[in-house]
Design a protein around this ligand. Structure first.
Ligand code: HEC
Ligand code: HEC
Length: 247
């Protein structure tokens, strides 16, 4: 027969384990329900081996709006996709297809009927993430060194660094987008939608962080973000570079 002493320690271990599971489960629930459900097409695409040749074929559809270079438009109508993290691109595409992020302009072109299943997502994303980036993205009005620039820099340091990092590179593992190189007007629009609850797939912790941002704070922090440089080795040789795959 087991000693009472052993029974008690087993009970303690069981309780500790139960506690751990309970809190682990709660944390997972926040992530699953409100922000990053994972599963489905997103996980499928993340684990497939991409076929780059098919990625180019699929990208032809996308190039109508995001341009053959993947640079979007500096006025922010279309975001730059080139260089964005693979996980972020996959999550956003899966969210758009699942109507978890509203994008009526792009929606019909992103559907399986138009481009194919999870394999097509894996393929096109593998192609996009390697494209060299636009050396002259749309930037905000206040240049480095001005007091308005400095104000945005401080806001960024206090509110954004922990997720999007000092260099604006985001976090590959956690699906946090890179922001460096992204167009000012596009980021302004997304930031406002995230703050005001209009981008449904947004991260609830980010929403909490920026909930008290005024429109003026928003312009300042995005101004700073739009000036964060992209590492040189990821940039195209010039703003006139054309993607040879689509010439
Ligand atoms: C008809 C125009 C159009 C086409 C075609 C199109 N897109 Fe888009 N895409 C947009 C617009 C507009 C947005 C930004 C919407 C917004 O502001 O919320 C966008 C956003 C995105 C985003 C989110 C970027 C981010 O930083 O979160 C991804 C990823 C994307 N598109 C990928 C693609 C891919 C891949 C294709 C081809 C299969 C494609 N798009 C085809 C118009 C288009
Ligand atoms: C708790 C982490 C967190 C914090 C803090 C945070 N963000 Fe985000 N941000 C995210 C995540 C995650 C996403 C992508 C959400 C999704 O999947 O749709 C995002 C998306 C964005 C986007 C849209 C990018 C795109 O490509 O569409 C912008 C712009 C942005 N954040 C700017 C900021 C700025 C500026 C700050 C500081 C004022 C900030 N964020 C603070 C996590 C964070």
């Amino acid at each position: 027969m087991k000693s009472p002493h052993l029974k008690i320690s087993l009970l303690a271990a069981a309780l500790a384990l139960a506690g751990m599971t309970a809190s682990g489960f709660a944390a997972q629930e926040i992530a699953t329900e409100t922000w990053n459900p994972g599963g489905g097409e997103q996980d499928e695409a993340l684990h497939l081996t991409p076929d780059l040749a098919n990625g180019i074929d699929v990208y032809e559809v996308c190039s109508a709006c995001h341009l053959p270079e993947g640079w979007g438009l500096p006025d922010g109508t279309f975001p730059q996709l080139a260089g964005q993290h693979r996980g972020v691109l996959i999550k956003q595409l899966a969210d758009i297809r699942a109507l978890n992020r509203d994008n009526p302009t792009m929606y019909p072109f992103a559907l399986p009927e138009s481009i194919g299943d999870a394999q097509a997502i894996a393929d096109v994303v593998a192609y996009i993430e390697k494209l060299p980036m636009n050396p002259e993205p749309g930037r905000g009005p206040w240049e480095p060194g001005t007091p308005d620039f400095e104000k945005g820099k401080q806001l960024y340091a206090d509110n954004c660094v922990k997720c999007h990092s000092e260099t604006g590179m985001g976090d590959v593992e956690k699906f946090y987008p890179r922001l460096n190189g992204q167009h000012y007007n596009y980021m302004l629009r997304q930031f406002e939608w995230i703050r005001d609850g209009r981008r449904r797939n947004s991260n609830p912790e980010m929403v909490k962080q920026i909930t008290n941002f005024s429109d003026d704070d928003m312009k300042h922090v995005i101004n700073y973000t739009s000036w964060i440089p992209v590492p040189k080795e990821q940039l195209a040789p010039s703003k006139d570079w054309q993607n040879p795959d689509f010439k």
